[in-house]
Design a protein around this ligand. Structure first.
Ligand code: NAD
Length: 491
């Protein structure tokens, strides 16, 4: 079994922490690695920050065209090792191979987009802003930046930040989730081959102790966090208190509205893919489905048919459409939330709790579940379930649906299914969420666009990916220059 090491200053180094946590395959319960976890991981962080600070001196002044060259190599290596990386994602996280390949494709797209940094970093220049005076903006790197990532996309989420940060001239520390550290360990093996200066990219393991050490270290200038809302708020507050730039993406509870004029067959398929893809463990998973004016119950029927036939099983097995949830605790928490929904008055249209999968009796499986007539005042429409559970509600008009959506404490995504341009236009303008899907079930921004959560789904200003990432990872310096003629030597 692999004993995970840190990657600091261009070398693999054992952790100073002796305490270890098992990394568990959620489909089999097999231990597939041991990750350093405990107070002394803070010392690893100190070593990584020291190496990253040292490397920053050279890296910040390396021309940007040279800084992006290793990213071209990384893209090639990621593509060459795609299958192996996807298997690792599936083994530690549970999702299907197709889902793992999909998330790695999104990672590669971020590397490709960051290769445009020489252009994206260019700035404004005004000649003669006053007579004989020019003014311009320089974008400079911040220094050491760090990313703290969650369990559900081990191969993708660090790439919302890493390629942009280093292309902009920063040095970087990744702290992956202790539940799924193997994927980034493998990625780091590839990063080791792309010719970066030692210390430009570092990997440290651990949980809260290593996170707090990153938050408190004076030489860490920026933190990019993705995870649950409570932790995001904590990271944002503690990081800001230490004067750091912070972007903290939190949890979600995503509503999807289906109007009577939508194509029901296609829409129901797309919506069930959104609810049950990655076993509902996606921050852009549809969670509450709002059927508008569905007098004959056709929406409910179509969603039920699409959900019940979904094949659940081991992510590496052929034909499987949904894997397990991450842990036993998570499975128990989801089951308890289903109970609570029923207790609040919802009806259980499809109950996936008693899921037994041949050959995987120990796995954390829950099959597709549907709660219908979920009371609008209950807890279940407010709480992030993060599992394969659809909450179905019926409302009469688009305005009622928008009212419901706009009372949501989160704001990661809202989607509408319709064939009416006017309804779509109203929805995209009035829905209180940062990522909007029109006839799209998972409104995941492509790498060129910011991953734009709102409300309790995001704390900060500039988001990950694209131009926002370039702005986040650079600070602007405004220069005003005057060169009086009389001061110049005449030739
Ligand atoms: P989590 O908040 O438990 O953990 C995320 C990271 O924070 C991990 O690296 C973990 O080690 C660290 N951490 C955990 N508790 C901490 C604490 N008390 N102090 C300091 N650090 C701590 O999240 P998770 O369970 O790994 O991921 C699932 C959550 O992430 C869901 O809420 C999901 O919606 C959210 N998420 C959001 C987005 C987004 O883009 N908004 C994307 C993916 C996941």
């Amino acid at each position: 079994m692999e004993l995970l090491k840190n990657y600091i200053n261009g070398k693999w180094q054992p952790s100073k922490e002796e305490g270890m946590l098992d990394v568990v395959n959620p489909a089999t319960q097999d231990s597939i690695g041991r990750v350093p976890y405990g107070k002394d991981t803070a010392q690893d962080v100190a070593d990584a920050v020291s190496a990253a600070s040292q490397a920053h001196r050279d890296w910040a002044t390396t021309p940007v065209m040279q800084r992006v060259q290793p990213l071209y190599k990384l893209k090639q290596l990621l593509e060459d090792h795609l299958d192996d990386l996807a298997r690792t994602v599936t083994s530690e996280c549970g999702k299907t191979m197709a889902e793992s390949l999909g998330e790695l494709q999104r990672a590669i797209e971020n590397v490709e987009t960051a290769c445009a940094t020489p252009l994206l970093m260019q700035s404004e220049f005004s000649e003669n802003i006053a007579r004989g005076v020019d003014e311009f903006v320089i974008r400079q790197p911040l220094g050491v930046c760090a990313c703290i990532s969650p369990f559900n996309f081990p191969g993708m989420i660090p790439f919302w930040f890493l390629p942009y940060a280093i292309a902009c001239g920063n040095t970087f520390i990744i702290k992956p989730s202790e539940k799924v550290p193997l994927t980034m360990q493998k990625v780091m093996g590839l990063i080791d081959q792309i010719g970066l200066l030692p210390g430009v990219v570092n990997l440290v393991h651990g949980g809260k102790d290593s996170v707090d050490a990153l938050l408190d270290h004076p030489d860490v200038k920026a933190i990019s966090f993705v995870g649950s809302t409570n932790v995001a708020k904590y990271i944002y507050a503690r990081g800001a208190q230490q004067g750091k730039r912070v972007q903290a993406q939190g949890g979600a509870k995503n509503p999807v509205v289906i109007l009577p004029d939508a194509d029901l067959e296609t829409s129901s398929k797309i919506i069930t893919d959104s609810v049950y893809g990655c076993a509902g463990q996606r921050c852009l998973a549809a969670s509450t489905i709002i059927a508008v004016d569905d007098r004959q119950g056709k929406v409910k029927e179509a969603l039920y048919e699409a959900a019940k036939s979904r094949k659940t099983g081991y992510g590496l097995a052929e034909g499987v459409e949904m894997g397990p949830v991450i842990s036993r605790e998570s499975k128990a928490r989801i089951a308890q939330l289903i109970d609570q929904g029923v207790h609040e008055g919802a009806k259980l249209l499809l109950d996936g709790r008693d899921a037994t999968i041949d050959g995987f009796g120990n796995g954390n499986f829950i099959k597709p579940t549907i709660l219908e007539d979920v009371p609008l005042g209950g807890e279940i429409v407010r709480t992030e379930i993060f599992g394969p559970v659809m909450s179905l509600i019926n409302l009469q008009t688009v305005d009622e649906a928008l009212d419901f959506i706009n009372r949501n404490r989160y704001g990661n995504m809202a989607c509408l299914f319709t064939s009416s341009g006017a309804s779509a236009r109203k929805f995209r303008s009035e829905a209180n969420a940062g990522n909007i899907g029109i006839n799209i079930g998972v409104a995941a921004p492509m790498a060129q666009f910011p991953f734009s959560g709102w409300n309790d789904s995001f704390f900060g200003d500039l988001h990950g990916q694209g131009r926002h990432a370039i702005e986040f990872f650079t600070q602007t310096k405004v220069v005003i220059e005057r060169w009086p003629k009389e001061w110049s030597r005449k030739f």
